[in-house]
Design a protein around this ligand. Structure first.
Ligand SMILES: NC(=O)c1ccc[n+]([C@@H]2O[C@H](COP(=O)([O-])OP(=O)(O)OC[C@H]3O[C@@H](n4cnc5c(N)ncnc54)[C@H](OP(=O)(O)O)[C@@H]3O)[C@@H](O)[C@H]2O)c1
Length: 267
């Protein structure tokens, strides 16, 4: 896998909260950090990474280009600004955060600029996020599936996103699940709680293990040391085929993220 299976999300976390979350995560052994230009926390993430003293090559840092920076004369400059804030000279992964609203910037323009950023060494890998199958097809037509390392999408037991997953996998594009815990929603699910009790695990560990066992990378976020620590243990939990099938049955197409004016017409 070119994308590490387990990382740390930073959406919504600001100021000292994000510094503490990333610092604690790094101290506990997290080495993969997911941020984005629009999160307005790249500088704090960079500060926490610098203070950790961990060697750059041990880390895997992802950021995402915001839709206002898609034009070909803007994308690379905006990525350089992200690098400055993150106090590094390359990202491991750079994603197109959302498709361009109303196709203001053509897919081939921003994918072309992103590929150029990779060729310039500003990012090791590139990918997309929140694309439909149609948009993925356009991205593939623009730069080739071999250049698209991952598709980061909302994916949790209540939104299993099978059509998009099947298409991405058929193209050799790895899925990254965001909001794997449905922002805490699925942790209250009776079936997930029951499986967790039986396995002497937490509902979060069961949910994260389910996603990783399906081959998806995960990037759960937490502001609490105890949760950061216990979530990591999902990497050592294995679910039976029967439990995997039970969780597969929880899909109800429940999407939590669909920002007006930005989200595409979903598959
Ligand atoms: N590409 C995109 O458009 C996009 C969109 C959304 C998110 N993302 C990325 O995906 C990451 C993950 O998504 P997310 O942060 O929105 O949601 P999430 O990881 O599904 O859920 C985070 C929530 O779950 C809670 N939580 C975490 N571990 C827990 C545990 N063991 N027990 C109980 N509660 C727990 C956290 O609360 P506590 O702080 O109290 O632990 C927090 O409220 C983001 O941080 C971001 O990096 C990307």
């Amino acid at each position: 896998m070119s994308i590490p299976a387990f990382g740390l999300g930073t959406f919504r976390l600001q100021g000292q909260v994000v510094i503490d979350s990333v610092s604690t995560g790094l101290e506990l052994g997290y080495r993969v950090i997911d941020t984005a230009q629009i999160y307005e926390n790249e500088a704090e993430v960079g500060q926490a990474i610098a203070a950790s003293g961990i060697a750059r090559e041990e880390l895997f840092i992802t950021s995402k280009i915001w839709v206002a920076n898609f034009a070909k004369d803007r994308l690379i400059d905006s990525l350089k600004e992200s690098l400055n804030k993150l106090q590094t000279n390359y990202l491991d992964l750079t994603l197109i955060h959302w498709p361009s609203p109303e196709d203001q910037v053509p897919v081939e323009e921003f994918m072309g600029a992103l590929l150029e950023a990779k060729q310039l060494g500003l990012t090791r890998q590139i990918g997309v996020s929140n694309f439909t199958v149609d948009l993925m097809q356009q991205a593939i037509a623009a730069i080739g599936a071999e250049n698209i390392a991952t598709h980061q999408i909302e994916l949790h037991p209540y939104l299993q996103n099978r059509k998009v997953v099947e298409f991405a996998q058929s193209q050799g594009i790895q899925i990254t699940s965001y909001m794997t815990l449905a922002y805490g929603e699925v942790l209250k699910d009776p079936l997930i709680q029951q499986i967790a009790d039986r396995l002497q695990a937490t509902p979060a560990q069961v949910t994260l293990a389910w996603a990783m066992q399906l081959g998806y990378a995960v990037i759960p976020s937490s502001t609490k040391r105890v949760n950061l620590q216990s979530n990591l243990l999902a990497c050592t939990l294995t679910l039976s085929d029967a439990d995997m099938a039970l969780i597969a049955g929880l899909d109800r197409g429940q999407r939590l993220t669909s920002p007006k004016g930005i989200a595409p017409q979903w598959d």
